[in-house]
Write a protein that binds this ligand. Structure first.
Ligand code: BTN
Length: 275
């Protein structure tokens, strides 16, 4: 990796450390916050031995292939009902950083509620996951509020190197921008530069609602929604609520009442079709 991250983009951080191997960068940053490290702090690792995804999933990536980082906040300045916006600004900022670093057009990287970065495969038209976000919070609404937002981006991960079980659901910047040098340092540089501005704005009560909403792939699309208790249902994803962060869903084919969904996972979606 080329060392392009300079203090101009890390100077605003209370702590910035990179590692060759850790268990999970989320755990590293959670430990820092417990010990008293101030916000905003960032840990990056080339490899994780026990990387975690949402819903008890593991998150694995070969050395050199992914950007694995976690960001620690002390969001006592943020209304607990808006804590979801920390993950949202991280997700949005990373989408922009990925496009710039890989030379992709603006909007190529989209968002899948709640916090996945996705892109549409140009051959099959299917939705593929580029990055996942794991947000973990503690003590929200108190002076000890802590939040760790971890993100794993499939960066220089060649499509032929994906394990077979991931090949049809995942993508990477290497796949989206063939022939382009994918340098994780450049992604981090652009990301931190933009994140500083986004955090300053959020501290001032400004959330980029339009940009977050505009990138949502699910608007107007039928989705298979899995609830935290394991139940699943097929609904029409109508919109996202930029105040609560909820997914707004309705019955397939219209009619019925719209509902807001605060927790759940979209397992399948098919653009322009039935899931
Ligand atoms: C998901 O899509 O299920 C979320 C994946 C989050 C993975 C990242 S990689 C960096 C950070 N450390 C972890 O253990 N998990 C997150």
């Amino acid at each position: 990796m080329t060392e392009v991250i300079d203090t101009a983009v890390t100077g605003w951080l209370a702590r910035f450390e990179r590692f060759d191997v850790v268990g999970s960068t989320n755990d590293v940053v959670a430990g820092w916050l417990r010990e008293g490290t101030k916000e905003v702090c960032v840990a990056i690792s080339d490899v994780q031995t026990s990387g975690r995804g949402r819903g008890d999933r593991t998150w694995e990536a070969p050395p050199g292939a992914a950007l694995l980082l976690s960001i620690g906040f002390r969001p006592k300045w943020l209304d607990p009902e808006h804590a979801w916006r920390l993950a949202a600004i991280v997700t949005l900022t990373m989408a922009e950083a990925c496009e710039i670093a890989a030379g992709l057009h603006a909007g190529r990287v989209q968002l899948k509620w709640p916090n996945d970065l996705v892109a549409i495969d140009s051959r099959s038209g299917e939705v593929r996951k580029l990055a996942g976000v794991l947000g973990e919070t503690d003590g929200l609404g108190t002076k000890q509020a802590r939040a760790v937002i971890g993100i794993g981006v499939n960066a220089d991960w060649k499509p032929e190197d994906f394990p077979p079980e991931l090949a049809t659901s995942m993508t990477s910047l290497a796949e989206l921008a063939p022939g382009q040098l994918i340098d994780r340092e450049v992604i981090v540089h652009v990301f931190l530069e933009k994140l500083q501005k986004a955090v300053t704005k959020l501290r001032n009560g400004q959330f980029p609602a339009d940009a977050w909403r505009a990138r949502q792939l699910t608007n107007g699309v039928p989705v298979r929604l899995e609830w935290p208790d394991g139940r699943a249902e097929t609904v029409s994803a109508m919109d996202v609520d930029t105040n609560s962060g909820a997914l707004i869903v309705g019955e397939l084919g219209g009619g019925g009442q719209q509902r807001t969904v605060l927790a759940g996972e979209i397992r399948h979606l098919r653009l322009g079709g039935i899931v």
